[in-house]
Design a protein. Sequence first.
Length: 291
Amino acid sequence: MAAAWPVFQAKRRERLAQQERFGSAAEKVAENILEDLFTMVLDWRLSEVNNQVAYADLVLTRLGVKQLIIEVKRPGALAWNEHAVDLALAQAHRYADEQRVKAIAVSDGIMLYARDIIPGGYRDRLFVRLDEAQAPEDLWWLSIDGIYRPRKDPAGACLRLLPAITDATLIGPATAADLLHPKYGLPATCFAYVGSAREPKTWRLPYLLADGTPDLARLPKAIQAILSNYRGARLSSVPEAAIPEVLVTLGRTAYRLGKLPASGPGAAQVYSQLRDALAQLGRLADVIPGS
């Protein structure tokens, strides 16, 4: 771990460069950082890191047995946002229940928290920053030899938000959890595009309700704003480079609602347009497993 850490940090900085360039980075960037962590720093094989297994973002398997479910969010989305962390944990718990997995984690490529699900509650397994100068020894608890061992003394492993940002940190302040959009009254996690977590005026395309559930009224409007128009106004406030990830984000929610693949005769036009756009961008498989 110690020997691999500098190489991992260098690659992590490269992956996050687009965040400095465009003001935000997609969830896929955080997924790539975690893939590097598990295969470069820890001892998992690349073939054991599975993407999008029954809606779970990442699932680690050993000899075909699922060991850990990880809910991943875009860089900086969790580190300073308690509400977003709660929603991510709720998702991970739901997927773990459905897939009968006993360990879950949440991460945004900046922080990583893991817990074991036990009768009547949970037990903390690990909490680390992924931007530390030295490899956190606690990462061993997510190694192949550590993942199946119960942690009986989880001192320091409890979930917490990170301290206020410094110049070396890429995303917005510790008070970001309190920020709400002035018009919609929603946090950044409810928008398909977030230019800067510190600036609500850069948040575009609300598609979730405050509790993290899909907004059935706003989801199709967000899709229309990109692919056609909504009330005659075309979208010009989201960078073109960000559109593919925005469509994937909206598409995953539509898929979970049963709106995709939208191939039947009664399918709504907006979801058919979304399916076609995702196919054209080569991203349909990121939304609909097996496509």
